[in-house]
Design a protein around this ligand. Structure first.
Ligand SMILES: Nc1ncnc2c1ncn2[C@@H]1O[C@H](COP(=O)(O)OP(=O)(O)OP(=O)(O)O)[C@@H](O)[C@H]1O
Length: 243
């Protein structure tokens, strides 16, 4: 008998994320940013996304967050086609993803603790859990003692660690980091990497877009290489190479 069940890519492989023939063209400028991108990332995988400036890394992450729609192709997240998500379901989707940017984007007029509480409020986490969650994430990034500091009283590295704490305070199954160490020296970059490693060790799926060879070499994991909008390598030996 013919089956009418249509399985999504990744159904059998426990893929958390799937790109299937994805292309992206920015309509206004007619810039083709991504061409025929295909890959899957399994639940709990750690993956670097590398490529020259303009290769399409940030565009790919924006597609995953459904800030952009692909021009063609399909993006799957936890087995769901993102194209089908509407209204509240888009917000729910975004709550499953913790995002860390190059610039920490903390609220300047609020303390570290208030920045974290703001995130918990937005996520709708019950108040009874707030204190525990704040302490837990600040411990993870080693900044419990900076709870009452304002962002301008922190070093760049510390600010980035608070941004990571904020990204994971809702226990998202997926963490995306776009150039998380771009503004940091190597020592601070490695500290940030160690935090991302511990988030990975706790079971999260982590994608890190980076230009940093040092970062990739310090934690040899799967490396996806974008070149002028094309996925030219999918290296599971953790080698950094841009071609
Ligand atoms: N909003 C936009 N409108 C039009 N074109 C865009 C837009 N954002 C990015 N692009 C173009 O899309 C291509 C991919 O850009 P993207 O920012 O994804 O690259 P990237 O790999 O993240 O680069 P970088 O490492 O410099 O951040 C580039 O040609 C860029 O100029």
């Amino acid at each position: 008998m013919k089956s009418h069940i249509r399985l999504t890519p990744g159904f059998y492989t426990a893929a958390m994320i799937g790109f299937h023939r994805v292309t992206l063209e920015y309509a206004r400028t007619q810039t083709k940013a991504l061409y025929d991108i295909n890959f899957e990332i399994k639940k709990g995988e750690f993956c670097f996304l590398v490529g020259h400036s303009g290769a399409g890394k940030s565009s790919l992450l924006s597609l995953l967050l459904k800030r952009l729609e692909p021009t063609s192709g399909a993006i799957y997240f936890g087995g769901e086609n993102l194209r089908a998500l509407r209204g509240d379901r888009i917000a729910l989707h975004r709550r499953k993803i913790g995002v860390v940017f190059q610039d920490h984007r903390l609220l300047k007029d609020q303390t570290v603790e208030d920045n974290l509480l703001f995130a918990l409020r937005v996520l709708g986490v019950p108040k009874a859990e707030w204190e525990n969650r704040v302490t837990r994430v600040l411990r993870l990034v080693g900044l419990v003692h900076k709870k009452r500091s304002f962002p301008e009283e922190l070093s760049v590295g510390e600010s980035q660690r608070v941004a990571i704490a904020r990204a994971i305070i809702g226990d998202p199954p997926v963490v995306l980091a776009d150039e998380p160490t771009g503004n940091l020296d190597l020592t601070n970059a490695i500290t940030v990497l160690e935090i991302l490693k511990s988030i990975h060790a706790r079971g999260a799926t982590v994608i890190v877009a980076t230009h940093s060879r040092e970062l990739v070499e310090a934690y040899p994991q799967r490396v996806l290489v974008l070149k002028a909008g094309q996925l030219v390598r999918d290296d599971r030996s953790g080698k950094y190479s841009l071609s």
